[in-house]
Design a protein around this ligand. Structure first.
Ligand code: 5AD
Ligand code: SF4
Length: 473
């Protein structure tokens, strides 16, 4: 038996990529292990969005240096965005790495591992950079091999991600993604639908469609263009599927057809992650986001007019080049007024190779970034707490995902009752006391308490209608 250890960092795209890699290696007889020291092949599927994520991988590689010296036959591979971004630098900083594979070349992993094992030395497979050929050629060098899936790698047996798009063409000035993941390409709708049907047949209740700018999805065929809203209508017909989500959205492409599909299709989750990045027009301009704060506000208004109960979340970057205190305050004000469900807040991290790194100075000191990060988080946390209190006394439909983190630590497999966790249609996390049989069901849960991050409830087991109440003494 051959053993494989894989560690994945970064976005849902990476989770999916790892799922495919594991599926392809299972075909070669590999089994997963949770201990890198026991593994014959150790893979890191990496992220380059921030410096910190890359540093962590080099540190993890450093920890394997001695092990590899003692067991030279073991294979260490760096996959994903950092592989594409750093290329040979990975070999220079960690010369014992055997494999460098970019996110558009992952289908080659089994073959490259075989080559290393055959004594052919270190292997690399990288896609073309954005200036290394004609557009079609570059596109072809960024492939995704989605039909291969591995159920064990999914978030849960009844939830799956489904890629509908690869790459990104927006070129926000701070972002490395367009250069490492290549041009935006929508997958053919027929492929997406076939994959969704397979997932539904395997018992998936919830599918999350993923793309860097998922709502920009377009697939053009002679005489027909398929948009995300069209895909949602088609996916909605699939028996067995109960919930459809999609991440991440680009503000400028939040069109009315999509919002109307969300309103009209009961299986579509009322949840939208639409990163704004900043509340300052000057920063947005420098980031080349292509919209103003006023545009974003107008979009929030349209979302709430069409889908009044939509839960909206956002991303912010604090301390982008030249961000003044007054400009940061504008982000704070946007958080105050927008009433997001939650926000992901990031300290700007300069990425060599981006326009941002070339044009602007990363001049906001680290401690100022840190303070702005904390301040924004504190404002958002207060809002999330207030928003969650609106659920008190309400009953929500929860897809039960499994034991909560606390239960997993405290009880393990013991006892009939344990704390379970799941999510509402609006992506709110709910915890409640339950039993294992309830995992994978969609249940009504009455909410009686909350924190800024969690709703706390009780499963509604009896519906005491007026007839029942009338029987009471
Ligand atoms: N520095 C900090 N945050 C970044 N993001 C993307 N690039 C950077 C960077 N260079 C953030 C954005 C994006 C999220 C996935 O990561 O907010 O929405
Ligand atoms: Fe990066 Fe902007 Fe593309 Fe998002 S839309 S992946 S932030 S370039």
């Amino acid at each position: 038996m051959k053993r494989l250890y894989i560690e994945t960092v970064g976005c849902q795209m990476n989770m999916l990529d790892s799922e495919m890699v594991v599926a392809s290696l299972r075909k070669e007889g590999y089994q997963l292990t949770s201990d890198p020291l026991q593994a014959d092949v150790v893979l890191f599927n990496t992220c380059s969005v921030r410096q910190h994520a890359e540093d962590k991988i080099y540190s993890a590689l450093g920890k394997l240096r001695r092990h590899k010296k003692q067991h030279p036959e073991k294979i260490i591979g760096v996959l994903g965005c950092m592989a594409q971004n750093h290329q040979r630098i990975v070999f220079e900083r960690a010369p014992y790495v055997d494999l460098i594979v970019g996110p558009g070349q992952l289908q080659k992993v089994p073959e490259l591992i075989a080559k290393v094992q055959a004594g052919e030395g270190p292997q690399e497979a990288l896609s073309l950079g954005r200036k290394e050929g004609a557009v079609e050629e570059i596109k072809r060098s960024h492939e995704s091999f989605d039909p291969l899936r591995d159920p064990e790698m999914r978030p849960t047996p009844f939830q799956a991600y489904l890629r509908i798009q690869i790459g990104c063409d927006k070129f926000c000035t701070y972002c490395i993604v367009p250069s490492v993941r290549g041009p935006e390409q929508g997958r053919p709708p027929q492929q997406i639908l076939a994959e969704a049907r397979t997932l539904a047949d395997q018992g998936c209740l919830e599918i999350t469609l993923v793309g860097q700018t998922v709502n920009s999805y377009r697939y053009r065929e002679p005489g027909r263009t398929t948009r995300l809203s069209d895909l949602l209508y088609q996916l909605h017909e699939i028996d067995g599927l109960q919930r459809l989500k999609f991440v991440t959205n680009y503000p400028k492409d939040m069109t009315d057809d999509l919002l109307q599909a969300m309103r009209d299709l009961p299986k579509v989750s009322h949840y939208l992650h639409v990163p704004v990045q900043s509340g300052s027009n000057r920063m947005l301009e420098r980031m080349k986001r292509g919209y103003t704060v006023e545009d974003y506000r107008e979009m929030l208004g349209r979302i709430r007019d069409t889908v009044p109960d939509a839960a909206i979340s956002s991303d912010f970057i604090v301390g982008f080049c030249g961000e003044t205190e007054a400009e940061f305050e504008q982000s704070a004000n946007l958080v105050r007024e927008s009433r997001f469900k939650n926000c992901f807040i990031f300290k700007y991290s300069e990425r060599p190779g981006t326009k941002g790194a070339e044009l602007y100075q990363d001049d906001v000191p680290y401690d100022v970034k840190q303070r702005r990060n904390n301040d924004l988080l504190a404002i958002q946390t207060e809002i999330a707490d207030e928003e969650n209190q609106r659920f008190l006394g309400q009953t929500v439909e929860v897809l039960v995902e499994g034991p909560s983190k606390r239960a997993a630590k405290q009880y393990d497999d013991e006892g009939p009752m344990l704390q379970l966790t799941g999510r509402t249609m609006g992506d709110h996390i709910v915890v409640f006391q339950g039993n294992r049989r309830q995992i994978g069901q969609i249940l009504p849960v009455a909410i009686f308490d909350c924190t800024p991050f969690t709703l706390i409830g009780e499963v509604v087991t009896v519906h005491a209608g007026p007839e029942l109440l009338a029987l009471r003494p």
